[in-house]
Design a protein around this ligand. Structure first.
Ligand code: ATP
Ligand code: MG
Length: 201
């Protein structure tokens, strides 16, 4: 009996892998929108969400983006996304919560923007809605989980939602279809590298 060559071993391994992938693809037949939660302390939550919005828009679908903090920042992504056809972009007015230092002012800013987010979550023409940094609205008690849950469960069946922000609560993780917890291994800022346009915002 001859031993299989490296090429044959590779072919057999890939064949097995392909069978597993094909079986998994065949199993996943349900067609509906998904709730994606991007949380954790590592970098990459918002930028992953923006990338997914670009995918949605690239296929000619409409998308919505609501940015709950950093409203006063001059974000690079917003400049490009705002130029793309099919995107509705809303920014919460107050900027960073730790800068306003007023719960009443934050609540007012949130109450102004939340109906616009809810309108997106009720619009079947919007394929993907991104609620950027929404977890802080829950953490600061500006939004109750019940209100959020109601809007999410009643949304159109084909609509996708992306929620970003650190510290996503357990109930939101449980409601989600896809959860990614970004783990920080290193961050340049911690080594003293100044935040820069084009990378951080
Ligand atoms: P990005 O917008 O780059 O995808 P993010 O959405 O995952 O980052 P946020 O928690 O929203 O991260 O913070 C936004 C800003 O803080 C970005 O400028 C990012 O580079 C920076 N940042 C992210 N993670 C860390 C960290 N662990 N330490 C310091 N700064 C961080
Ligand atoms: Mg972010």
């Amino acid at each position: 009996m001859t031993t299989p060559s490296a090429e044959e071993r590779h072919q057999q391994k890939m064949q097995k892998h392909k069978e597993k992938v094909d079986a998994a693809v065949a199993r996943a037949q349900e067609e509906r929108g998904v709730l994606i939660v991007l949380t954790g302390n590592g970098k990459g939550k918002s930028s992953s969400g923006f990338g997914t919005l670009i995918r949605t828009l690239g296929h000619g679908y409409k998308a919505g983006l609501v940015q709950f903090i950093k409203g006063t920042w001059d974000c690079g992504e917003a400049k490009v996304l705002g130029k793309l056809e099919g995107l509705t972009h809303v920014v919460m007015g107050s900027g960073f919560t730790w800068e306003t230092q007023s719960k009443a002012q934050d609540q007012k800013a949130f109450d102004d923007v939340w109906p616009k987010a809810k309108a997106m979550l009720a619009d079947p023409d919007i394929r993907t809605v991104m609620l950027d940094e929404l977890t802080y609205m829950l953490a600061y008690d500006l939004l109750s989980f019940e209100d959020l849950e109601q809007a999410l469960v009643n949304r159109p069946a084909q609509q996708n939602v992306i929620i970003t922000g650190r510290g996503a609560p357990t109930a939101l993780r449980e409601l989600a279809d896809t959860v990614t917890d970004m783990k920080m291994e290193k961050h340049a800022f911690k080594a003293g590298v100044k935040a820069q346009a084009g990378i951080e915002w």
